[in-house]
Ligand binder design. Structure first.
Ligand code: 0A1
Ligand code: ZN
Length: 850
């Protein structure tokens, strides 16, 4: 085994490290295959700790020498680290190790990407750079010297000095090792500056490879907007003289918030109108904000241990959603977030990978950077804010920053500031952090003598290791609408705390229509036998934009489920009528109308059937969706042309909310037009397109219609020198493939000269798209399952992290029929039986198998 036998780490076993680290000096002598790292570390006994064992984590390091207070020592070395007898008094540790960045294909620790040195230390990568107490509660002040012959050499904090072949950096803010970063290479900067609220000027640099300079302007503007927003909304000022961002082509995740030196997957920062879509721009703006916001929520206040990951991630996702809502459309952002939550978090929460927002054990922490920790973690904060109100939320956050600046904290610390500010007991609320699973909220109603009553019952199904669930605090935002369409009760937050609870509203002249869970006020599944007429009524009249969209979504879901399971079922006329009426309403934001045209994902529909005890047939679901889209196109008819024309943008391209909203509607409409004209309009748009948004949306339509061969070839010719665009070329062919063709197309693409499978973006372009093509992935032959398993087995020895994340494609396997389950079980067994499987992948596969 490459890794030692898996050990499980438990939250309950936390103990502090025996020593404090007063200061760290690191010297890097860079060389591709033999970089020397010299560490000088000042340790002092930790008065809070009882266990004084001196163990430093270290993996894949060649120890050259080590000393304590200048005396050479010979530590005991294991694959996990070293231990040595250390004084019970302050002392200086010095060690020299050698590492091999060029052969570091796991992209964790110090590695090379296109000749550039870069690091990724979260969560436990620093131990691949030198021996260290590699845990977030050990915070220290770092000084770094880099020796090498590269034009640009960066680390955290402020530049101290530099000369020919060296550079020195000092970070005055104590930080844990996971926030350490180093970058060295042939880079060019797009520069700007920002003056903080107290008048300090900060140099801003976005470092890229020569040739990418024209893709920096948007990211820089997003950074400046984020800095200003965090001052205005959270009172948070930046705290160094310089803020560096670097774009890297080989990166396992989206981006990383290293102090003063954020490192980004180039796909999450580089943008230009001709190579990036509106959706890319919006995502980049959000990720830049997210990493920047971590400077306070994550860096200045960090996590005590990795079980507390949601402390920084849930809060920072919540903050970046607020930012996007302020910069763009709040309803569109909320609806998009809920679509994403249902697509990614709900399957996780209701399947074999279910875990609490704050997990209580893990084998490999990298497997817990999940939708549950991030997105459900953000939902929990949204609920808290709704329960205490905006003013108390702001006060609690001020107290959090004042009380905990410079500390490594827990969820208990976080909740305590809210308790202290509001006087509330949040003991029951805390269950959101410890109980996995999506609560089901059953609702019924009655009306008598002018009183309308809503009855609620909550139930959270059993999840692995947690069969019994206690009642949670559920904020249910409710409004009531009278028969004439007027709102008779504005949004009120009902606070549900019991397993069963009822709420009454008096003095009504007629039975109202309830609008429940407005704004998706809690991450639950609402179960109510809602009469179809009520849904249609809310689609027409709800004043809450989320619930108005939700009414249409529910009608679409119900008709699709019927069509997928009942012979002869036809598209629901009420849904189509309501949709046509909304599409005619020019008062509605075009992006909102584009969302209205969207349909529930096929995986979501499969999950809904499985919930009802019906075995989902992926092909039947696919056909139902196809038929409903045809029905949408027929029902909208000539209106489609009018909408398409009205959504054209004549001004020069800008990726702002106003323009991209129009293009979102035009793009959704073009999909339907293609169903009627066989692709003529899309071909014309493709031929005339001068931006990636228009080019790609046209190409997607053509591929879906099965007529895009010529354009696909032309697209490759035009963009073959641009990796990020070629990722789109790979991805689109698989995501638009017909169900029976998907596996073969993906397989053919893996043989393409540009299929660099060691690059995570390229690997994900093909296999992320395959897993996302529901009917293609679940093709009855099992070809997609086998292909994905082949490639996971091939990638695992090189890059365990990306392999393990992709295993999640199999997490819903028990939903499907016996034939598919057997096919998937074979692949899971095959992966599990692979010799020397990484700890990351082994843990994922064993959890998925159950
Ligand atoms: N903290 C980063 C995400 C991140 C997590 C783990 C990584 O490597 C295992 C890399 C990045 C964020 O939230 O953006
Ligand atoms: Zn984050």
């Amino acid at each position: 085994m490459r890794d030692a036998a898996p050990t499980t780490v438990y939250l309950k076993d936390y103990t502090p490290f025996g020593y404090l680290v007063e200061a760290v000096h690191l010297t890097f002598d860079l060389a591709p295959n033999a970089t020397r790292v010299t560490s000088r570390i000042r340790f002092a006994p930790n008065p809070e700790a009882t266990d004084r064992r001196f163990f430093l984590e270290g993996e894949a390091l060649k120890l050259i020498r080590a000393s304590i207070d200048g005396q050479q020592v010979t530590p005991d070395i294991t694959p996990e680290g070293l231990s040595v007898a250390a004084p019970d008094a302050p002392f200086d540790w010095e060690a020299v190790v050698e590492i091999d960045p060029e052969n570091n294909t796991a992209l964790e620790g110090l590695y090379m990407s296109n000749g550039m040195y870069c690091t990724q230390c979260e969560a436990q990568g620093f131990r691949k750079i030198t021996y260290y107490p590699d845990r977030p509660d050990v915070m220290s002040i770092f000084t770094v010297r880099i020796n090498g012959d590269l034009p640009v050499m960066l680390s955290n904090g402020n530049p101290v000095d530099q000369g020919e072949g060296w550079a020195e950096w000092h970070d005055p803010w104590p930080k844990p090792s996971y926030l350490f970063a180093l970058v060295a290479g042939d880079l060019v900067a797009h520069t700007d500056s920002f003056t903080t609220v107290s008048g300090r000027s900060v140099d801003l640099n976005l470092w890229v490879r020569p040739g990418d300079e024209h893709k920096c302007a948007f990211g820089m503007q997003a950074l400046k907007k984020s800095m200003k927003w965090d001052e205005d909304v959270y009172g948070r000022e930046y705290d160094l003289d310089v803020f560096n961002i670097v774009a890297v082509d080989d990166f396992n995740m989206g981006a990383m918030e290293n102090k003063g030196l954020n490192i980004f997957n180039s796909s999450c920062v580089l943008a230009s109108p001709d190579t990036s879509t509106d959706a890319n721009f919006e995502r980049i703006e959000a990720i830049i904000a997210h990493e920047y916001f971590h400077n306070w929520t994550g860096n200045r206040i960090t996590c005590r241990d990795w079980f507390q990951l949601c402390l920084k991630e849930g809060l920072t996702v919540f903050r970046d959603s607020q930012f996007t809502s302020d910069m763009r459309s709040a309803p569109v952002k909320r609806i998009s977030d809920v679509i994403d939550l249902r697509a990614r978090q709900f399957p996780e929460d209701n399947g074999p990978l279910s875990h609490p927002v704050r997990p209580e054990s893990f084998q490999e922490i990298n497997n817990f950077y999940t939708a549950t920790v991030y997105e459900k973690g953000a939902e929990v904060i949204g609920m808290l804010k709704r329960l205490v109100g905006d003013a108390a939320y702001a006060e609690a956050l001020d107290l959090y920053f004042a009380r905990h600046d410079g500390q490594a904290c827990t969820i208990e610390d976080w909740l305590k500031v809210f308790e202290d500010v509001t006087g509330r007991d949040l003991g029951q609320f805390k269950r959101w952090y410890s109980q996995p699973g999506t609560p089901r909220l059953k609702v019924s109603d009655e009306f008598a003598d002018g009183t309308y009553t809503l009855h609620f019952e909550q139930m959270t199904p059993a999840t692995p290791e947690q069969p019994d669930k206690l009642a949670q605090v559920i904020p249910v935002a409710v409004g009531l609408i009278g028969p004439n369409g007027d709102e008779v009760l504005q949004t009120q937050v009902l606070e549900m705390t019991e397993a069963k609870q009822s709420f009454s509203f008096e003095g009504l002249t007629a039975k109202p229509v309830p609008s429940i869970l407005r704004g998706f006020s809690a991450p639950v599944i609402l179960e109510r036998d809602t009469p179809k007429a009520e849904r249609a009524f809310l689609l027409a009249h709800d004043t809450d934009p989320f619930n108005r969209w939700e009414a249409g979504r529910a009608l679409a879901r119900e008709t699709l489920l019927n069509m997928a399971t009942e012979d002869g079922a036809t598209p629901d006329a009420d849904y189509l009528d309501g949709l046509v009426r909304l599409m005619r309403d020019d008062g509605l934001d075009p992006a909102y109308r584009a969302l209205m045209l969207g349909l529930p994902g096929q995986a979501e529909l499969a999950g809904a059937l499985a919930e009802q005890g019906i075995t989902p047939d992926p092909m039947a679901i696919w056909q139902a969706v196809e038929r409903l889209k045809d029905a949408q196109a027929d029902a909208l008819g000539a209106l489609l042309d009018a909408l398409f024309e009205a959504s054209q943008v004549s001004e020069p391209y800008a990726p702002d909310a106003a323009q991209s909203s129009k293009r979102a509607l035009a793009g959704a409409v073009l999909r339907l037009i293609t169903r009627r004209d066989g692709g003529a309009r899309a071909a014309a748009q493709y031929a005339a397109a001068d931006t990636m948004t228009l080019q790609l949306s046209a190409l997607a339509c053509l591929l879906q219609a099965g007529t895009g061969g010529a354009q696909l070839a032309a697209f490759y010719e035009q963009w073959q020198a641009d990796r990020l665009v070629i990722d789109k070329w790979f991805m689109l062919q698989v995501s638009e493939a017909a169900p029976e063709a998907a596996a073969a197309i993906a397989k053919k693409l893996t043989k393409h000269a540009d299929f660099n499978w060691k690059n995570p973006n390229r690997f994900r372009a093909v296999f992320g798209a395959l897993a996302g093509n529901h009917a293609g992935f679940h093709a009855a032959s099992g070809a997609s399952y086998a292909l994905l398993a082949d490639w996971l087995i091939q990638l695992d020895p090189l890059n365990p992290q990306t392999t393990a994340r992709m295993c999640a494609a199999f997490q819903t396997w028990k939903r499907y029929g016996a034939d598919r389950q057997a096919l998937i079980a074979t692949q899971l067994e095959r992966i599990a039986a692979t010799p020397d499987l990484s700890r990351d992948t082994a843990e994922m596969i064993s959890r998925i198998r159950g």
